[in-house]
Design a protein around this ligand. Structure first.
Ligand code: AMP
Length: 253
């Protein structure tokens, strides 16, 4: 199953993607994560992208498309993938469409996670993550038990460099101007589903699954997982045990 997750920064795409990985056994492809890894590794791409990311603007389409092409070549994408944070504008969506058409693997569905502006701001300014195990906390909605330390592994939590107020404002403006038009793009292709992105994380996930399972590809993906694991219901997974899910953290109070 091939899914695009659409939503503003802070809408919970990354959190939902982690749960989708567990359910459908397909990888999450986040261009934000790929770019942050390139920045951390000091690669030429990372050096080019850093200032743009720090300003909350979009990195050039050429760079992002090259990352995506390379990532989609890997064999773990054969059974499908979850695109998180890509495409971010119409030219990227067109390029993705062309690429997947040549591979004969079109997108099955694009799911919009809808969250109002005020909630997005709190989620982004309050977000803290663990650089070691990837657990995500929020100082307003789901704080760590010990301030600044990961509940799961004790590592010091970090605040993403672009989660400061001026960059956040710019990222949200960029979403409105450049990414929102993708809602109409996928609607016109008959592939858009929208879900409410507030409430408890597993409640949002249920909405996500019911939106996806209207598509035949989702049923086929689940059947594959069941055949592979021999189980009707997946065993309790790593993601479900993460603090964010275990505490039934409220995505919005
Ligand atoms: P994210 O983690 O998805 O919020 O992305 C963090 C930052 O990486 C964004 O603010 C952009 O600067 C850059 N970025 C991520 N994905 C894309 C994309 N598809 N196109 C352009 N820039 C991107």
């Amino acid at each position: 199953m091939r899914i695009v997750l659409l939503g503003a920064p802070g809408s919970g795409k990354g959190t939902q993607a982690k749960l989708l990985i567990e359910r459908y056994h397909i990888p999450q492809i986040s261009t934000g994560d790929l770019l942050r890894a390139a920045v951390a590794a000091g690669t030429p791409v990372g050096k080019k992208a850093k200032a743009t990311m720090d300003a909350g603007k979009l990195v050039s389409d050429d760079i992002v498309l090259a990352l995506i092409r390379e990532r989609l070549r890997k064999s773990d994408t054969k059974g499908g993938f979850i695109l998180d944070g890509f495409p971010r504008n119409i030219p990227q969506a067109d390029a993705l469409d062309r690429l997947l058409r040549t591979l004969k693997k079109p997108i099955d569905l694009a799911v919009l996670i809808d969250v109002e502006f005020g909630v997005l701001l709190k989620r982004l300014t309050g977000r803290r993550s663990c650089p070691k195990c990837g657990a995500v906390f929020n100082v307003y909605f789901s704080p760590a038990k010990v301030e600044g330390k990961c509940d799961a592994c004790g590592e010091a939590l970090v605040h993403r460099a672009d989660d400061n107020e001026s960059t956040i404002t710019s990222r949200l403006e960029v979403f409105d101007a450049q990414t929102k038009p993708l809602i109409d793009f996928y609607k016109a292709h008959g592939k858009l589903r929208a879900i409410k992105g507030t409430g408890e994380i597993d409640q949002i996930f249920k909405r996500m699954v019911s939106a996806l399972e209207e598509a035949p590809a989702a049923k086929a993906a689940r059947a594959r997982v069941e055949r592979k694991t021999g189980a009707k219901k997946p065993a309790k997974t790593k993601a479900a045990k993460k603090p964010v899910a275990r505490k039934k953290a409220k995505a919005k109070r």
